[in-house]
Design a protein around this ligand. Structure first.
Ligand SMILES: [Zn+2]
Length: 459
């Protein structure tokens, strides 16, 4: 079959599946395209004059891709990207298919890719820039061992063409090791602000053995999870000196942060409308990625400052006369980050936690016992829990010591949302901590009520 015919068939599938109401993030056209034309990803990506950038991580890839997209927008580039819900091979194929019909043609591909799908996507796409950010233990039953992903990523790095620019997180030992093990030049990024340090490793820290020699790692400074200034206690492996480093991170409550970044091209500073130390990592990664794409640093600062939250990731919505912030929390490391972010609000806290156990969330919810919810307790005025496993989550907080009178359990997400907003004093913010499918469900309610934008308009 000719390329034109293959593209036409796959596009028809796309139109049909949209008409059937499958909505945003559908990857059906890409699946069909790969069936009838297995080389489609190579062919279509070769037509992008600036090539492609791929971002992968356990946490933060959606936000980082969005930050890079914002820098490319300041630069006036036409960007082709996938949506968060379509980050497997078929989603990348669908995005390339959609882009091939656009006029004028897109100049650069920007793809966030699921950590397990990365090998297959990287092999076919041959990205110009590959950004690898972090490896945290994901939902326990979804992917199995962290080691398996690190091994698969090492194989990807070993196969990369020499002209691919590899951007690695210096602060994540397993990710930094990818460059050292391959003996390959990489651009490293990291956080170098001495005030950005935790007192000790959190419970969910899970990458604390050397990938080279299996000896324990030691930290001079822990910034977030298992990320920081690390060194091996037995061999010569240590945190590489970052080329792109956040020299100053000022967290500004739950609304944003100010970042000063030293780069080989000079300093970049930006006020970013995303809260928390994890977003300092996302923005520093985005700056390193933008430099790899050749974007000048004044455009990087402007791009980081102009970006808004990706859906469900520190997304702020107004419900009636109250504010709510959605903070996706889909695994122990991600949930610890949201806990730390919520604690930046000085007011007594109102939380809505939504726990589902569907395929995309992971069926095993025992990961909630690995999350450090305890620091919330002295500040928690009202907790509402909902979702398929609402009672498991309520039990987790009661076990942590929360007074039962402060917990409301409502299985219906809509009823829970209304109850939580109804209990919220004026001028306060409701923090919503959902798992992935719970976040999609809550957003559907918000979209229906006209207070959030629909999923597929967002990318
Ligand atoms: Zn070692």
């Amino acid at each position: 079959m000719t390329r034109t015919a293959s593209l036409a068939i796959a596009r028809t599938v796309g139109r049909l599946s949209r008409r059937l109401g499958r909505g945003g993030g559908t990857s059906a056209p890409g699946k069909v395209l790969l069936k009838i034309r297995p080389g489609a990803i190579q062919e279509l990506s070769a037509r992008l004059p600036m090539g492609s950038l791929v971002v992968s991580a356990t946490n933060g890839k959606t936000t980082t891709a969005r930050l890079v997209a914002s820098c490319l927008a300041v630069e006036g580039r036409r960007v082709l990207g996938n949506t968060a819900g379509a980050n497997l091979l078929s989603g990348v194929a669908t995005a390339l298919l959609d882009g091939s019909a656009r006029r004028p043609r897109p100049e650069v591909g920007l793809f966030e890719v699921d950590e397990f799908a990365l090998p297959e996507v990287a092999r076919r796409l041959r990205p110009r820039v590959l950004v690898l950010m972090n490896l945290f233990r994901d939902q326990l039953d979804r992917y199995g061992e962290l080691e398996a992903i690190a091994d698969a990523w090492a194989a990807v790095v070993a196969e990369l063409p020499p002209d691919t620019i590899l951007v690695l997180n210096a602060d994540d030992p397993a990710v930094a090791e990818l460059g050292a093990a391959a003996g390959r030049r990489a651009t490293y990024f990291g956080i170098d602000d001495p005030t950005a340090a935790l007192a000790e490793l959190p419970h969910a820290a899970d990458s604390i053995r050397c990938r080279n020699c299996a000896a324990p790692l030691a930290y001079d400074r822990v910034v977030l999870g298992h990320m920081g200034d690390w060194h091996c206690t037995a061999c010569d492996r240590r945190r590489p000196v970052p080329d792109v480093r956040a020299t100053r991170v000022r967290l500004e409550g739950t609304t944003g942060l100010r970042l000063e970044i030293a780069t080989p091209d000079g300093p970049v500073s930006a006020d970013i409308a995303l809260p928390g130390m994890h977003n300092a990592y996302n923005a520093t990664a985005a700056a390193a990625a933008a430099i790899a794409l050749g974007i000048p640093r004044d455009h990087i600062g402007a791009g980081l400052a102009a970006a808004d939250a990706a859906f469900g990731r520190a997304e702020r919505v107004r419900i009636g006369d109250r504010d709510a912030v959605l903070l996706l929390a889909k695994n122990p490391a991600g949930a610890n980050v949201t806990v730390q972010t919520v604690l930046l609000d000085p007011e007594p806290l109102h939380l809505l936690v939504a726990l589902n156990d569907r395929t995309a969330d992971g069926h095993d919810v025992s990961w909630i016992w690995d999350v450090d919810y305890e620091p919330l307790l002295p500040r928690l005025e009202r907790l509402t829990v909902t979702g398929d496993r609402a009672y498991d989550m309520a039990l987790r907080f009661v076990y942590a010591g929360l007074d039962r009178d402060r917990v409301t359990v409502l299985e219906s997400p809509e009823a829970a949302l209304d109850a939580a907003v109804g209990d919220l004093p004026e001028g306060r913010t409701l923090y919503v901590l959902p798992t992935y499918t719970a976040m999609l469900g809550l957003r559907e309610i918000l979209v229906r009520r006209g207070v959030a934008e629909a999923f597929w308009h967002d990318s």
